[in-house]
Structure formats: C-alpha cells, structure tokens
Write a protein that binds this ligand. Structure first.
Ligand code: UN1
Length: 485
C-alpha cells in the first residue's frame, strides 16, 4: 500500500472562512491503521456553532432570493470538482472510513450525481396549480425555504449522506450548518471545499467539526429552522423530541435490522450474490445492510452451502488493496461493540454457523453467520433484535412465504427488505403487507437512487422521507395562494 504521511489540518468553515476550532484537540485516523493520523486540529465550540448559525442566518435572505438556476450552478460546479478528483478523494474516504477503494470512489461519484440531480430541480416544477370551485380563481401552492437548516451526518457514508442532505437544502434556498461525524471529517471538508471552489457565497454553508454534543448546540439555537439527521435511533429520537418542543421540523433517518427473505422458488445463485453484498459490503456498516436472513427450510441448507462457499473466497483486509472485499469497521470501539453484541447473541442460544478469516488488529472483524435458536427464542435473540452495524448475519428458517413475512415484520425497525422469489403474486403480497420504507424484489437490501424517496417505517425513520420529490416536503414550507384577477 502506498502511504503518504501528510496530516490534514482540521478546520472549521464559518461564514466563508476556514478557521481553527477553539475546543479540544480532535483527530481522525486510518480505520485499518489507527496509529496513523489523517486529520488533526481543534474541535468547534458551542460558541462557534452559534457563529455558524448567525452567519447562515445573515446569508439566508440573499440566498433565498437567488434564482434556483443560479443556485443549481454552484451544485453543478461542485459536482464537476468532485468527479475530477474521484479517485484521490475515494482513496481518502476508504482510508479514513475503512470501506474498500472501489466503494470509496463509487461514493464520491455518487455524491457528484446527487449534486447534479438536485441542480436539475431548477428545470422542474416550482409547485402546483389547483382548480378552484369559484369562477375566475386559481389556487397555487408554492414552496419557500425553511431558513437555516442543520445537517448532522453519520460516519458510514462520509460524503454521500452529507451531499443528499446539503444539496436539497441549498437548492430549495436554505442555508446550512453541517456537523459531520467526527470520526470522518476529511470528506466533509472536501465536500465543503467543492462548494467553496464553485463560488458559493459566504455563510450559505458552514461546517462545524467536533464531538456529538455540538449537535445539541445546533438544535438549541434560536435561529435553527429545520434539522436533518442520520444516525442511531436513540439520538434521532432525542432530536425529534427537542425539535417538537421548539416547533422545529426534524427529519431523522435511524437504525435498521433489515431482512432478506429467500423463498423456495427463488433464483438461488442470484439470491446468494445479493445477500452476500447486502450483508457484507461496507463491512455491514449501512443502515440498509442485511442483518437478518429468513430462509425457507426447503432451500436453507443449499443456500447456506453456496453462501459460505462464496465467503471462503471473500478477503478481509487492507481496504486500499484491490484484492480485498471487506475492510475493517470504522474503529476498534465499533468492533468491540459488535463483538459484545455477538457474545450476547451467543449467550442467548445462537451458534456460529460460519466465521471467515480477518486480521486481528484495529477494527477488523471477519464475516460471521449466526444460526439463531428455532421458534420464538430465535426472535428474542440479540442477533435478531439489535442493530450491530457489523458483518454479522443472523439466520432463521421458516416454512413458506406467510411465515417468512410474519418473521420479517417481527422487528422494531422497518427500513429495507429484500425478497427473493420468482412469483409475482408473492412479491405483490410483500409490497402490500410489509411495513418497510424500501422493498427490493430480487436485489440486495442496500442502495438508494437520488430521484426516489428513501427512508423507513417504525423505529427506522421520522418525518418526511429523503431524496427525490420527498426532499422538497422537508426542506420547504408551502403557501397556498387563492388568486383572483
Ligand atoms: C445505501 O444503502 O446505499 O446510513 C444508502 C445509511 C443510509 C444510507 C444507505 N442512510 O446507511
């Protein structure tokens, strides 16, 4: 692996200037080599968060009055900037977060695609005109920005998730205070650099890097008009409650415990490949990852035989090595937390059906398949209930589609579900019966396109969904105008 030894100076972006933080020292390191520091500097303080919100507020009237086509230009230029540097930034992402180089480069390109998609909003409808029951009248529904929007993002998609919140916030005329996960500040800084290079006016986008409690400083600030959050269900619900108390809309994308259901009539080769990707790509660190596997008993042994054979060739190691399929978890703390979850599952009667090979150091963990106990005990097991955010796949067996759907529904979460069947009627039944935000028929549980709604049911989501036409629902409020000439 080619190593550069430069440590990036970690800075805050306030009112169009890169400035040092005034808080405690923070740093990020390589996921696979924790002793290697990648970025270092002082965290933002609550006072600096206040400056960020004040700057965003001061910029907000001019930004809202800027034509959408002009706002789109900034996003397009930032997209081009990212695309030109996709390989280099993808390598930075891979090194810091731990996903493979291909996934890192893919994520940078995806961020560019998201920016371009929202730029296209300038050529879409600006609202809706309704018929009026009264003569000589039209009813217009138009959209206005909320004002200053807070964006709080997790470590697992260090640039794509920020892009899919910041791009719609900006295109719809909001100004932004962005707080990324402090484990992955590098790509957050790159996204801000891209928009700065595009000429974005001062104050429109502000970046504050630091510990989680900065999120409370954003939430509590009187200028805040909306908050979009992706992360754990616990933190998301606290933010939703705080927002409700203040009348500030909050959009929260939270946990998942997504099932893949493989029925007896499925194309097994396809299902094996898609479950492998869904469960183990990005080391299982996606809210859309497959972590429950529900197999029809008729094909269960055949399926597991094929899946474990594929896993025998699955290489866990240095994420920058092209031969590697799976890097480490983001850090040793994440690995230890997943390890403890695994131990709880084992104490509660689960057994290890498969454990792959992995380096011992840093946050490395091998791919693991857990067999849960039969009957209701299986569905009380930590392997069924808890989101480990790790390459651990918990398996149960059922008899037929009806039992499979009942098992799939038996979860606090409702983000994504992958169903493998060749029977169209069964697929339609799943669409009607299952409380999930995203249903994949014959494809893996992870993945999202920018032009369609993304988000979950039950404990997985709160507030309007993200992406596509859904984004406008969150980032704007409407005025209904009864217009008579
Ligand atoms: C994807 O499946 O590619 O945090 C996107 C997450 C989700 C995004 C998933 N909010 O994993």
């Amino acid at each position: 692996m080619k190593e550069q030894n430069t440590v990036v100076e970690l800075r805050q972006f306030l009112n169009g200037q890169w400035v040092p933080g005034q808080g405690q020292q923070v740093s990020s390191s390589a996921a696979a080599i924790p002793e290697r520091t990648l970025a270092q500097g002082a965290a933002a303080t609550a006072a600096q968060v206040g400056q960020a919100l004040d700057a965003a507020h001061a910029a907000s009237a001019d930004w809202a009055a800027t034509p959408m086509a002009t706002r789109a230009g900034y996003l397009q230029r930032a997209a081009a900037w990212l695309r030109e540097r996709a390989e280099q930034l993808g390598a930075e992402l891979s090194r810091e977060e731990g996903k493979t180089l291909a996934e890192g480069i893919g994520e940078v390109r995806r961020a560019a695609q998201i920016l371009d998609y929202y730029a296209g909003q300038a050529e879409r409808d600006a609202g809706t005109v309704f018929q009026s029951p009264r003569a000589g009248e039209q009813i217009l529904v138009t959209h206005k920005p909320l004002g200053v929007v807070g964006v709080i993002t997790p470590f697992n998609f260090p640039i794509a998730i920020p892009a899919w919140k910041i791009a719609p916030a900006l295109i719809f005329g909001n100004t932004v205070v962005f707080k990324p996960a402090s484990l992955v500040p590098l790509l957050a800084m790159r996204l801000v650099e891209a928009l700065q290079a595009a000429g974005l006016p001062a104050g429109v986008l502000n970046l504050v890097i630091g510990p989680g409690r900065l999120g409370d400083a954003i939430m509590d600030h009187p200028r805040l008009a909306g908050l979009s959050f992706t992360g754990s269900t616990g933190v998301g619900r606290q933010l939703c409650a705080a927002g409700a108390a203040r009348g500030v809309p909050v959009q929260a994308e939270m946990g998942g415990k997504n099932a893949s259901v493989v029925l007896a009539d499925a194309d097994l080769e396809l299902a094996v490949e898609q479950v492998l990707f869904g469960a183990f790509r990005s080391t299982g660190q996606k809210c859309t990852a497959t972590s429950r596997l529900i197999l029809d008993a008729d094909i269960a042994e055949d399926f597991l035989g094929r899946l474990t054979a594929r896993l025998d060739d699955w290489v866990t190691g240095d994420p920058l090595d092209a031969a590697v399929h799976m890097g480490p978890l983001v850090d040793a703390r994440a690995r230890d937390a997943a390890q403890q979850g695994l131990e709880r599952a084992l104490e509660q009667g689960a057994s290890i059906r498969y454990r792959g090979a992995a380096p011992q150091e840093a946050g490395f963990m091998p791919p693991i398949i857990l067999q849960l106990p039969e009957g209701p005990r299986g569905r009380e097991n930590a392997g069924w209930r808890e989101e480990f955010f790790a390459p651990i796949l918990s398996v149960i067996q059922v008899a037929g589609a009806e039992q499979a759907f009942a098992a799939a529904q038996d979860s606090e979460f409702g983000l994504s579900l992958a169903l493998f069947t060749t029977n169209l009627a069964t697929a339609i039944c799943a669409q009607q019966q299952l409380d999930v935000g995203i249903l994949h028929v014959n494809s893996e549980s992870a993945g999202a396109d920018p032009h369609v709604p993304f988000g979950g049911a039950k404990a997985s989501g709160y507030g309007p969904k993200e992406q596509g036409a859904a984004a406008r629902e969150f980032y704007t409020h409407t005025t209904t105008t009864y217009l008579r000439g």
